[in-house]
Design a protein around this ligand. Structure first.
Ligand SMILES: [Zn+2]
Length: 584
């Protein structure tokens, strides 16, 4: 069977008449939007027509971007795709400005509720319209918006680009060889402890070369974030971020409170892993990702498919059928190859009720888990099928619900029949992940908060940044990590701090992991009766605030108890891991 994906349902090629027509049609549709906005017609008709047009345009853009970006992801050398990517980016700028104008228009309608009540066409997207009216209060005044967008090109965006440049051209002197940073960071997973240690030391030493420009990038991007938050009428950068995530402070606080309470357990896991690896005083940073246990079994893609069908089918037979169909209909590009992008993702082709999955399968159990994760996203997309585009926009913290649910389900099933040796390896891999998404994420949140707050007064020096990072690690990892072997430069290697216009790119990860686990805990409690509720939850992810969506299945995300229940799942894994550690 074929193991590359099939995109022919979108277009047959870049010369396809349908593709060329769509490229021409997009700017025409933007012009139509502008004309409609200016038209002298009653507001209800105008809104109805604007959103009809918006639906058609979303489908078209989805198709175009899908084809171009997926082609590039599978083949970075495709020149036609690269050319069209640039072309689409230019049109998209225009589209964004019209989008802001529509938002302002919706915000200006004092009778929006009456219009909604009178219009059967607008009822299904009422939430999106109300949200738009609300966010109109936080748009930059029309007269200065183009200037601010322009300034960002030489401000935040420029520093973001500089950061990427510094990162991608950075080399590390490792054992007499000059290697790219990702290659050396990847050695943290090596089975040989001397490789891990040498790689870590080489990595830390290498940052001297880029620490100064990196610090300027970070300070400038966070300064711009402060300015933008102010210009948009938010009290803080965090408030601006929470707003764009449809999340409230109470929810964030409840989650962080619970994570803090469970830090001692994570430290217990880290110390146990350290002891297993022969360290007496916590885990040195370079062994955080050290593999433990015997090398595990290797799987072919056919075996992986069987495991997924068997184990995920225990949730509902429909899920097994769905996964089987994804393989059969060539939704998945399976193997790594030159020119194909690394990692894994799932893209949605909403208008076709179809998903497209990229993985770099090499046969480990973690690769099967990755497939389960991405197919969870695909299942989520299936649950959203048929909804208007305006209502499928899932905020980042909720976007990982189905993927984490699937991962948790798979590991839960597999652990049941695993030998103690296999359990040891599987549990450790799972805890390594959870430690990143809870403990490390909390350290990043604390660090970023400090940088943004301090920026009100001054730009932090390299030494101040290093010191802040070490304090954030002390407050979270604590004695789980060796006192002297930590990572003062985590701010120089994580791209997440440098996205202009997107801040606190950290807590949504913790939310996603713990929410997915919490939903799974609910499933264990309620059994099969929970299946339809679960699908309804996924279907509603773009139709309300996070608290509303969660409340629809009886989950109160503002209560620390919900988060404690998720963390209890992790704690039981830690308990079991520590037991097994003693036996090893
Ligand atoms: Zn994901």
């Amino acid at each position: 069977m074929e193991h590359t994906w099939d995109l022919s349902f979108l277009y047959s090629s870049f010369e396809d008449e349908a593709f060329l027509t769509d490229v021409k049609k997009w700017p025409e549709m933007i012009a139509e939007q502008k004309a409609l906005l200016a038209a002298d017609i009653d507001d209800q008709t105008k809104l109805e027509q604007l959103f009809e047009l918006d639906e058609a345009m979303s489908a078209l853009v989805d198709r175009l971007y899908g084809y171009v970006s997926l082609t590039l992801a599978a083949d970075a050398h495709n020149a036609a795709a690269a050319q069209y990517e640039d072309k689409l980016a230019l049109i998209s700028n225009d589209s964004r400005l019209v989008g802001s104008a529509i938002t302002r228009y919706v915000g200006s309608l004092s009778n929006l509720e009456e219009i909604l009540a009178a219009s059967a066409k607008l009822q299904p997207i009422a939430f999106a319209l109300r949200e738009m009216a609300e966010s109109a209060r936080h748009t930059i005044p029309a007269e200065i918006e183009p200037w601010i967008l322009q300034m960002s090109l030489s401000g935040g965006s420029a520093f973001s680009q500089l950061r990427d440049k510094l990162d991608s051209t950075h080399t590390v002197e490792y054992r007499g060889e000059s290697l790219p940073l990702p290659a050396v960071r990847g050695m943290a997973y090596d089975g040989d402890s001397s490789v891990r240690k040498d790689a870590y030391e080489a990595e830390i030493a290498s940052y001297k070369k880029i620490e100064l420009p990196m610090s300027y990038c970070l300070n400038s991007i966070k300064m711009e974030a402060r300015t933008l938050a102010k210009a948009k009428g938010f009290d803080s950068v965090l408030d601006m971020t929470l707003d764009s995530n449809r999340m409230d402070r109470e929810t964030l606080d409840a989650m962080i409170t619970a994570i803090r309470e469970y830090l001692p357990h994570f430290r217990r896991y880290l110390r146990a892993k350290g002891k297993y690896l022969g360290h007496t005083d916590g885990l040195p940073f370079y062994d955080l990702f050290a593999p433990v246990g015997k090398a595990s079994k290797a799987y072919t893609i056919e075996e992986a498919r069987e495991v997924l069908l068997r184990e995920m089918g225990k949730f509902t037979p429909e899920m097994a059928q769905f996964i089987d169909n994804a393989f059969e209909q060539r939704w998945i590009d399976v193997y790594p190859r030159e020119g194909k992008s690394g990692g894994a993702f799932c893209a949605s082709a909403h208008a076709y009720d179809r998903s497209i999955v990229l993985t770099n399968f090499q046969g480990s159990f973690s690769d099967i888990s990755t497939l389960a994760h991405e197919l969870g996203h695909a299942w989520h997309n299936r649950c959203l099928a048929g909804l208007p585009f305006a209502m499928i926009n899932t905020p980042m913290p909720l976007a990982e619900t189905a993927s984490i649910f699937n991962e948790t389900m798979l590991s839960h099933q597999v652990l049941k029949s695993a030998s103690e040796e296999e359990q040891f390896t599987l549990l450790e891999a799972s805890l390594m992940e959870s430690t990143q998404t809870c403990v490390d994420i909390l350290s990043r949140y604390l660090f970023e908060t400090e940088v943004i707050d301090t920026r009100a007064d001054h730009a932090m020096t390299v030494d101040e940044l290093k010191d802040a990072m070490l304090r954030a690690q002390e407050a979270t990892y604590g004695d789980g990590l060796s006192k002297d072997v930590r990572h003062p430069y985590m701010w120089a290697c994580k791209s997440h701090y440098y996205s202009s216009g997107f801040n606190f790119y950290n807590f949504p990860y913790a939310f996603g992991e713990l929410f997915g686990k919490g939903v799974f805990a609910q499933y264990l409690k309620e059994g099969d009766a929970f299946v339809p509720k679960y699908c309804q939850l996924l279907r509603s992810c773009g139709s309300g605030t996070i608290a509303e969506v969660a409340a629809s299945v009886g989950i109160d995300v503002r209560s620390a108890d919900f988060w404690r229940a998720s963390l209890e799942v992790v704690k039981s894994e830690i308990d079991r891991f520590c037991d097994l550690c003693e036996k090893q």
